[in-house]
Design a protein around this ligand. Structure first.
Ligand SMILES: [Ca+2]
Ligand SMILES: [Ca+2]
Ligand SMILES: [Ca+2]
Length: 377
């Protein structure tokens, strides 16, 4: 049976923003200044000023209630993961997206045998032309059931899906740099650290050999760097989340639970040289979800999930400015509804509105419409 997606009906309806106080990104004023007494107090729903003017790109129906990961496909379209974590009575799927169309890409994702769910998060095409996606099974099981999956792609069409790495706790972001794949695990706990997270790395050669079985609660040989989350009033201990690399090949990841922003520098042989926690100026970000780095400018576009905001971190001086922000919303008209992932293509920033709040988030509830937003830089 062919499924008709209501999303198709509104595809391409790039609605003009009707927000007040809109400014363009060049002239936008940071939400807080250094030294403000409010600078370290995370925004609450009733204190958020509107900044910027995100626009609605696509509306998704209830069967696609939690849009998340974004990957640029070789044909120029975007692949969107929809894990449906807000309402997982609907199966998780992958969709193919252009500015005018949103349609199914892969609807028969293999479920994890014990949780009986598929849970695709971030995804990326590899140098072999195949599509790799990380799973977040942590919402279904805390027992290291998440996987890295490979979709075999032939002539632009998705085929067989296979497990290439298992025993992650909460696999989240995936980034290819050359022939190495980097994956964040937001819950890579250790025997002496239940607030742990990590970046793991794998070469294409070893991923091509057959499934890799990670050893949970160890510094598995694939662990590149480990982090510890300082749990705040959200109660969330998820750590390393979004990830990308700069023009010098240095990796960056941010912590979902506490907003810490990390830089990881590699030795020429790919092993860890050093990891740093960067001190940001202009604004403190309390929560970092997905991020992407424009390597032409070395600016990181970061989803501040907790505060319904997109922040820009200038990696040359670690200063933060807010590109867009709004208060609690259902997402209508393209307002940010807990942004989780960003992708930059040309001058257009694509934003997934995850809309599945945690305690003390500006976003108060998962609600229709389920939306994709864009900001033209
Ligand atoms: Ca933990
Ligand atoms: Ca919504
Ligand atoms: Ca909402």
């Amino acid at each position: 049976m062919k499924t008709i997606f209501p999303a198709l009906l509104v595809s391409g309806a790039l609605l003009a923003s009707c927000q007040s106080n809109s400014t363009n990104s060049e002239n936008s004023t940071p939400a807080t200044q250094p030294g403000d007494s409010t600078a370290t107090a995370p925004a609450s729903a009733d204190t958020v000023a509107n900044i910027g003017s995100p626009k609605l790109l696509h509306t998704l129906d209830e069967a696609h209630n939690t849009p998340d990961g974004l990957a640029l496909a070789p044909n120029g379209s975007l692949i969107l993961s929809v894990p449906n974590l807000a309402n997982n009575s609907y199966p998780a799927v992958l969709m193919e997206m252009t500015d005018t169309e949103l349609k199914p890409y892969l609807t028969n994702l293999p479920v994890e045998p014990t949780t009986k769910k598929a849970a695709p998060m971030d995804l990326a095409f590899g140098p072999d032309g195949n599509l790799y996606y990380a799973e977040n099974q942590y919402e279904n099981s805390k027992d290291f059931k998440s996987r890295l999956m490979r979709v075999q792609v032939q002539n632009g069409k998705p085929g067989k899906v296979e497990t290439v790495v298992d025993n992650f706790a909460l696999a989240n972001a995936v980034v290819w740099k050359g022939n190495t794949l980097y994956v964040t695990d937001s819950q890579w706990d250790m025997p002496d650290n239940d607030k742990g997270s990590a970046i793991l790395h794998f070469t294409l050669a070893e991923l091509s050999k057959g499934p890799i079985h990670l050893k949970p609660k160890t510094k598995d040989p694939h662990v590149l760097a480990m982090f510890t989350t300082t749990v705040n009033e959200t109660g969330v201990d998820n750590g390393a989340d979004g990830m990308d690399y700069d023009s010098q090949g240095r990796l960056y990841t941010g912590s979902f639970g506490d907003g810490k922003f990390y830089r990881v520098t590699l030795k020429p042989d790919g092993s860890l040289d050093k990891q740093e926690t960067l001190t940001l100026t202009g604004k403190q970000i309390p929560c970092i979800d997905g991020l992407i780095i424009d390597r032409k400018t070395d600016k990181a576009y970061v989803c501040n999930s907790r505060e319904n905001a997109i922040e820009v971190i200038n990696l040359k001086d670690n200063s933060v400015t807010t590109l867009a922000q709004n208060g609690d919303t259902d997402g209508a008209g393209g307002l940010l509804d807990q942004p989780a992932e960003v992708l930059l293509k040309g001058n257009r920033l694509y934003i997934s509105d995850f809309d599945k709040p945690e305690k003390n988030f500006v976003n108060k509830k998962s609600d229709a419409p389920h939306t994709m937003s864009v900001i033209d830089l």
